[in-house]
Design a protein. Structure first.
Length: 451
């Protein structure tokens, strides 16, 4: 992986040719058509009621988007300069697809749930809302070991909150009132929209972009985080991963815009919600070290999660450890339902001492990535995004306990990388030079004010 990441961040590829075919419309059509088929299959075969409800609505939304793209392709054949085939029109279809395939089923399920349908939300929604209630009542979103043990056996799983303390904030509206608008998914969606809008704004054309197709790459990255079924389904039925992902994408966009301080705050807020953001924060800190901006980025990247953890640590340290460490590592009172058949899970369940073998493989991959980071730290936001994507993909594949839905992180991060292109090579130093200035051997890198 040493040379692959940097080459992928700057070189044309077969993916780029596919992405640009027919002005990007060919891949748009494939995305919406395949998504419509996936949603239709989900509506008819899924064993989860919220998934079936999503598929029934989303299939029609994706189909409408596919028909719209067919119209765009027809217009492009008649007139290659037609505005119907231009980037603004592609953005409009993407927005409509997201509304129809994500927001509409999300709102329908929230309204139905408020009306008494208990099968219109996944466990993640209930966990976040319970955490918000406990935060109001006790000052911590976590139940301790004894409190969870005292619950009926079939309620112990929902007694765990395997998230960082910030996730409880999405449950606060439900602690105040009971209505469709207090559903945690509504607030997951609001934060996701705000973070992605800020990311697009950070990457808007300013005359410095190296690639003329950067705006189209931004659109493709947004499609990956919104209308791609793995993201649309997750937000409409559960949703807790989407604000984390969107904040990570925002942090990378701010890094590409030479705003390391703001990038640190964005990834820090993501890290205060879920552990999945912590590897992204680590790689961003390594990136900042090559630009002598480690302190500016690390203040937010490390400080925000630490501040979020402090109250829970002071109120009930054992409850924090039980929920955030013991349960995800498989040492809780109940087993996590995250059992997708990836290699790590299969090794852990099928081989003697399988958990040890899977853990050893995971550690080996982690050491390999760490060596790569130390020997060749990423010097661009695009390379940083690729390292995060490939690293999380390897981790998800080898974790003994994982979910298929977690793939939304590496997919979105890998497709976000082309949107992070810069004007030219960035002045940088080896990693050790980022941690301490050399004695005049290299000029300090030019910095853009964050204001």
């Amino acid at each position: 992986m040493t040379a692959t990441v940097d080459r992928a961040a700057r070189s044309p590829s077969n993916w780029r040719k596919i992405d640009q075919a027919a002005g990007g419309l060919a891949l748009d059509l494939g995305l919406y058509a395949a998504s419509a088929a996936f949603a239709a299959v989900t509506a008819t075969t899924s064993t989860l009621a919220p998934h079936r409800a999503w598929g029934a609505v989303a299939a029609l939304g994706y189909l409408a988007a596919a028909v719209a793209v067919v119209g765009q392709l027809s217009g492009r054949r008649r007139d290659p300069a037609s505005s119907l085939a231009g980037l603004p029109a592609r953005w409009a279809v993407t927005g409509l697809a997201w509304i129809a395939a994500t927001l509409l089923p999300l709102l329908l399920q929230s309204v139905q749930r408020a009306g008494g349908r208990a099968d219109r939300a996944q466990e993640e929604v209930l966990v976040a809302e319970h955490a918000g209630n406990r935060l109001v009542d006790t000052g911590t979103p976590y139940l301790g070991h004894d409190a969870i043990a005292a619950l009926p056996a079939d309620e112990r799983l929902l007694g765990y909150t395997p998230y960082q303390p910030g996730m409880a904030l999405f449950g606060l509206p439900r602690a105040v009132a009971d209505g469709w608008w207090t559903d945690a998914r509504v607030w997951f969606a609001i934060v996701t929209v705000l973070a992605l809008a800020l990311a697009v704004r950070a990457l808007r054309p300013d005359g410095r972009a190296r690639h003329a197709d950067r705006p189209a790459a931004v659109l493709r990255g947004i499609q990956a985080a919104t209308v791609l079924p793995i993201c649309a389904l997750t937000l409409a039925t559960g949703g807790d991963d989407l604000p984390v992902l969107a904040l990570c994408l925002l942090a990378l966009a701010l890094a590409a815009a030479d705003r390391p301080g703001r990038a640190g705050l964005a990834v820090g807020v993501a890290g205060a919600l879920k552990l999945f953001a912590w590897p992204v924060a680590l790689v961003l800190i390594i990136w900042a070290a090559t630009r002598r901006s480690t302190g500016r980025l690390a203040v937010g990247a490390l400080g925000v999660p630490a501040l979020a953890l402090l109250p829970a640590l002071l109120v009930d340290r054992d409850a924090l450890v039980e929920n955030v460490l013991r349960f995800p590592l498989g040492h809780g009172l109940v087993t996590s339902p995250a059992q997708s058949p990836f290699p790590g899970h299969l090794i852990a369940t099928a081989l003697p001492a399988g958990r040890v073998v899977a853990a050893a493989l995971l550690v080996a991959v982690g050491i390999g990535i760490a060596v790569r980071l130390l020997r060749r730290p990423p010097r661009t936001a695009a390379a940083t995004s690729l390292i995060c994507g490939y690293g999380l993909l390897a981790a998800i594949a080898l974790m003994p306990t994982t979910r298929f839905g977690y793939l939304l992180y590496p997919i979105a991060l890998l497709l976000w990388a082309p949107a992070l292109s810069r004007l030219g090579p960035v002045a940088s130093t080896p990693l050790t030079g980022g941690l301490r200035r050399s004695s005049g051997a290299l000029p300090p890198p030019r910095r853009t004010p964050e204001a």
